[in-house]
Design a protein around this ligand. Structure first.
Ligand code: IMP
Ligand code: MG
Length: 178
């Protein structure tokens, strides 16, 4: 499919299944080379990362575990409004090498928040593996250790990423038409 319509918006194909697979394998290969001999915990951030996490994990050959967490908005007890909390951590993270698996890093706010909370669990090291990265939108200094594909600052859907909850099932990536 060259074009898709999701809800009220039209998108056109920008990253093919083949390009996706090549990028996923490259990330896996780099992780396998860098982290040989380490006990690694992959931590997928739901919902968006489920597809990348699954494809990536199939190509990982080092000793490792995987878990999934979610960043949930909840109303704090103080009147300070919405706080984004990391939920679903039940593994023992202390002393482990944790690789955060993200679908996309845009401004980096989400990532920054996740890392701050994760540090409270005292992992030995936190690494970042994101499938997509928008360098022009990125506002943080946090090093992105592994990025599958760098993309322009446009809105995209597919391969786990959504527009209003839809489009995650597309196996290629589509960019919003301007
Ligand atoms: P950040 O906090 O600005 O880095 O944004 C991260 C989150 O925004 C991602 O985890 C996605 O859920 C969402 N997001 C950012 N860019 C896109 C996009 O182009 N399409 C769909 N979701 C996006
Ligand atoms: Mg996300």
């Amino acid at each position: 499919m060259q074009e898709v319509k999701i809800l009220d918006k039209e998108f056109s194909l920008s990253i093919s299944e083949e390009e996706i697979n090549t990028a996923v394998r490259a990330v896996a290969e780099n992780i396998n080379n860098d982290l040989k001999g380490k006990d690694v915990l992959f931590m997928g951030i739901l919902n968006g990362s489920f597809m990348f996490a699954s494809d990536l994990f199939k190509h990982i050959t080092i000793d490792c575990q995987i878990t999934f967490v979610k960043v949930a908005s909840y109303q704090g007890t103080m009147s300070s409004g919405n706080v984004k909390r990391l939920i679903g951590i039940n593994e023992d993270i202390k002393g482990k090498t944790v690789i955060i698996i993200e679908d996309i890093v845009d401004t980096g706010h989400t990532l920054d928040n996740i890392i701050r909370q994760l540090k409270g669990y005292e992992p030995e090291k936190i690494l970042i593996a994101t499938f997509l990265f928008k360098p022009d939108a990125y506002t943080k200094d946090i090093k992105i250790d592994y990025a599958g594909i760098e993309i322009p600052n446009d809105f995209i859907v597919g391969y786990g990423l959504d527009y209003d909850g839809y489009g995650r099932n597309l196996k290629q990536i589509y960019t919003l038409k301007s």
